[in-house]
Design a protein around this ligand. Sequence first.
Ligand code: GLP
Length: 248
Amino acid sequence: MNIFVVDDYEQLSKKAAQVVAQRVQAKKNLVLGLATGSTPVGMYQELVRMHENGLVNFGLVTTFNLDEYVGLGSDDSQSYYRFMQANFFSHVKVEKSFIPNGLATDFVGECSSYEAEIKSNGGIDVQILGVGRDGHIGFNEPGASRSSRTCVVSLDAITMQDNSRFFADISRVPNRAITMGIGTILDARECILLANGAHKAEIILRALKGPVTELVPASFLQTHENLTVILDKDAAKKIISCQICVRV
Ligand code: GLP
């Protein structure tokens, strides 16, 4: 595990974008797993800036998003489909992009075809991740199994509460989502976990330094052989004394 601790959100966004750009430069047809939420927004902005300045070319890159709310489609402003359009795909051309379909009529079929699509594209090279305050990755809530694959899940109250800031009120927050499983995520050849802010310090401590347990899905990342963690100093404040930290 490599942990980079940077001063603030701007530095985190730049560092994450630099790492992604390096991976694309090293493999032009990279299969890139993407995340939503507030955390990666600055990374997307930086990647768009780099693309506009000719510093990185996503033209041959294939992307797979982690998750989508059940019931929200491309016409809903809070769907992750729309998030990705607004933050990345309307600015940067990629070869192919996949996002789970929140309006699927057959969710079992949707989940298995998402897994099959990942496989037929050669598997995910680099997976970007944020983390929920309850330790979720994608939408794998506490209790999710290490071997889970893409599936439909129920959202925890804490997740619905946290994500309600994007909706008119909490009653509008979908209570189910379709998400890559933990097994799907851990199959990526590299995982990059991002977190910023003091509100993430406790879960970052539990995820990275606590026991590996289904109670903290992000803790399974400790078992990944190629994990990069990029934190701002607020999110890192409870692990700051660890031996493996690298300041940049
Ligand atoms: C959402 C997403 C996750 C994301 C997490 C953290 O629920 N499904 O993929 O990592 O919440 O969100 P934020 O970055 O806004 O803190």
